[in-house]
Write a protein that binds this ligand. Structure first.
Ligand code: ADP
Ligand code: TRP
Length: 336
């Protein structure tokens, strides 16, 4: 039986933080170790330039995201790891898919609708004011990413479910109109995905400025951890886990037994300051080796580039075969 193919992309618009690690990177790397699956992971830089117009950030983020995944244990021998923009076949497929995608389908895409709504709310006469075609066609490019590699399963966050459904729709339309070329992908939402809280108790997110960066020294991590909000209870006073976000973060880095012990210590009056030391020590212990690897990789970006190029070569071989079938199906082929 052929292996199940799992594919996902990561946009290159930020520097990874502890929330990305707990909610996306750590589980994906564990899942990629499953012998029954074949995994594809790529840096979605062409998606990145839709939302981010800062070239330095796109470039820096591409390097940081690639180094992060490698440092956290992604094995490029097992996972096909590449950069979207290194696979020109994806852009060719993007156009062919654009030619068969209903405009009405794109009108219904959440991201586009939200941008239109924002214009209407502001009293803008033109509902498409400042909306670019990249945003509008975003789901078609994502469909090309997915369909190019015959992905069976696409693990994504809830906000991306609609895009995977659109990829299925577009694939079905092509198969029906021309020829059965595409595999219909299924979305995979991990119900148990851990949502990490930030320093202020809201979801940890770069948009809220409440993150703990992944790639800092032990000392700086302690400093970030010290900023987690707590109440004014004194050392010796009993404390409950829900009185500070620090408990939830601790839990993400501890075994169930360690978490139970921590709960007990808080109940017995552990000082917040001591609790923060224990938390920083846990984070630093888990990240010690990845941090060494991250430092080595970022000191040698050419090595990261080499890994990405090797991944792209592997991916392009497959992409070429599929693209030739697609071109042939629509009537683009050699004469004679
Ligand atoms: P941000 O909210 O900082 O902009 P992104 O939206 O770029 O993060 O998320 C990238 C990935 O990391 C997604 O798969 C998302 O589900 C995951 N992620 C982001 N923040 C968290 C969090 N606080 N807890 C768990 N997972 C998260
Ligand atoms: N749009 C996805 C996000 O913002 C990233 C992405 C691009 C992706 N292409 C993909 C995810 C293909 C899964 C499959 O998170």
């Amino acid at each position: 039986m052929s292996k199940k193919r799992v594919l996902t992309g990561v946009t290159t618009t930020g520097i990874p933080h502890l929330g990305n690690y707990v909610g996306a990177i750590r589980p994906a790397i564990r899942a990629a170790q499953n012998e029954q699956t074949e995994s594809f992971l790529f840096l979605a830089d062409y998606h990145g330039i839709i939302k981010c117009h800062d070239p330095a950030m796109i470039h820096e983020s591409t390097q940081a995201v690639a180094a992060t995944w490698l440092a956290c244990g992604l094995n490029p021998e097992r996972t096909t790891f590449y950069r979207q923009s290194d696979i020109p076949e994806i852009m060719e497929l993007n156009w062919i898919l654009t030619c068969i995608t209903a405009k009405g389908l794109m009108n219904r895409a959440h991201a586009y609708k939200a941008a239109v709504q924002e214009n209407l709310d502001k009293g803008q006469e033109d509902q498409d004011h400042q909306i670019e075609m990249g945003l509008y066609s975003y789901p078609i490019l994502m469909s090309a990413d997915i369909l190019m590699f015959k992905a069976n399963e696409v693990p994504v966050g809830r906000d991306q479910i609609q895009h995977v459904e659109m990829a299925r729709d577009i694939a079905g339309r092509f198969n029906h109109r021309f020829k059965e070329v595409f595999t219909l992908p299924e979305v995979k939402i991990d119900e148990n995905v851990e949502l990490l809280v930030g320093l202020d108790g809201r979801k940890m997110s770069k948009s809220y400025g409440n993150t703990i960066p992944l790639w800092e020294s032990d000392k700086k991590t302690q400093k970030s951890v010290n900023k987690i909000i707590t109440n004014l209870k004194e050392p010796g006073e009993p404390k409950q886990p829900d009185e500070s976000p620090l408990f939830e973060i601790y839990k993400a880095f501890a075994t169930p037994q360690e978490t139970a012990d921590f709960t007990q210590m808080l109940a017995e009056g552990l000082a917040w300051g001591e609790a923060k030391k224990l938390l920083a020590a846990k984070i630093n212990a888990e990240l010690a080796e990845p941090r060494e690897r991250y430092a080595a990789l970022t000191a040698n970006p050419a090595q990261i580039e080499e890994i990405l190029q090797a991944g792209a070569a592997k991916a392009r071989k497959e992409a070429r075969v599929l693209l030739d079938q697609v071109r042939d199906a629509v009537g683009i082929r050699a004469l004679g």
